[in-house]
Design a protein around this ligand. Structure first.
Ligand code: PHE
Length: 341
């Protein structure tokens, strides 16, 4: 009996299984009711009582080893199983079907504006959205406590009154002028912030593209021609422009520009409120004080500047009725612009 136990022990230690079926065969062979261990237990009854203790201990040992071995083989099979599964499977891969995103309508229009002005020789300039009072207001000729600061509802940071969210990208014009001498010909696209209640017609942030040209002998005629060309490139060859006098602290003279309503061709419709014209931007000749405040000699140089809202231009092109659509990330809205990419 002891010999039988010893040879079974050796057999058990050397068991191998390369798949679940083989393992099951082994389990049946050794551990089932008709298996080797049960047969041993049956014969154990006939063992003389003085040997029962020793043989009992050896059978128990065999039983434990056999269970342990079969369990170890099972664990080994399971782990290699999942290894082979992972090998052929990239769990970081995007699930099918892969959905292609589309460019945001504001980016489409912003890129179009940039493209038109870059063909006219304007280069791109960018700056920080979190700004200081100087670059947003001081350097743009907004005097301390000047009521014009109220024109742009500013977000301040209570503990740091000098730190603000820029209300226009004119701050980038200042940042370029303070370290560059003319000729300067830049466009400054970017996000700006104003403390306004959010509605279909206003938002607390929006996007602008501002332009600046500083050189010797720059005139209002140059401004007008550049803007006419822009309007025709953007809205079609038949587009007319109209300049109305306006006020900005950083330009003198200042104007607001309308384009002929491209929906009704200038005849008057609900979109242009029957006037035939829609406003698209602010502009003017750079105020001599702005040049001086930014280290440029206003006796030698002149400049023009303009600024437009990207949302406004996008609305004119695509008739988006509610400004909030631009920031809600509603896929149904965004997918409408796929073809415009
Ligand atoms: N900075 C002005 C605004 O945000 C726009 C503007 C730029 C007007 C340049 C005139 C000249 O309203």
């Amino acid at each position: 009996m002891l010999k039988r136990i010893q040879s079974l022990l050796e057999e058990v230690e050397n068991l191998q299984a390369s798949n679940a079926e083989e393992l099951e065969t082994l389990r049946i062979k050794y551990l089932s009711k008709k298996g080797a261990l049960s047969a041993l237990m049956a014969d154990f009854r006939d063992v003389p009582s003085e040997q029962k203790k020793e043989i009992g201990i050896r059978i128990n040992e065999l039983k434990t080893r056999a269970f342990d071995k079969i369990n170890a083989l099972r664990a080994q099979l399971e782990s290699t199983d999942s290894d082979t599964e992972v090998e052929g499977l990239d769990i970081t891969r995007t699930p099918y079907p892969i959905e292609l995103g589309s460019r945001h309508p504001l980016s489409i229009v912003k890129n179009e504006i940039i493209d038109i002005f870059s063909r006219l020789g304007f280069s791109l300039a960018e700056g920080p959205e979190v700004e200081d009072d100087w670059h947003v207001f001081g350097a743009m000729n907004f005097a301390e406590n000047h009521p014009a600061r109220d024109m742009q509802d500013t977000f301040f940071i209570e503990s740091h009154p000098d730190v603000i969210l820029r209300t226009h990208t004119s701050s980038v014009q200042s940042r370029v002028m303070e370290h560059t001498q003319p000729p300067i010909r830049i466009i400054c696209p970017g996000r700006v912030y104003r403390n306004e209640a959010i509605s279909a017609r206003a938002h607390c942030f929006f996007h602008q593209v501002e332009g600046l040209y500083v050189n010797k002998d720059v005139s209002f005629t140059d401004l007008k021609q550049v803007l006419l060309l822009f309007a025709r490139e953007m809205f079609g060859e038949d587009t007319q422009i109209r300049l109305r006098p306006s006020y900005f602290p950083f330009t003198e003279p200042s104007a607001e520009m309308d384009i002929s309503c491209h929906l009704c061709g200038g005849k008057g419709c609900s979109f242009c409120k029957g006037t035939g014209w829609v406003e698209i931007l602010g502009c003017g000749m750079v105020h001599p004080s702005v040049l001086e405040l930014n280290g440029i000699d206003s006796k030698i140089y002149k400049g023009f500047a303009f600024g437009m809202g990207v949302e406004r231009i996008t609305n004119l092109k695509y008739q988006v009725k509610d400004l909030r659509m631009f920031s809600e990330n509603d896929k149904r809205f965004l997918e409408e612009f796929t073809a415009a990419n």
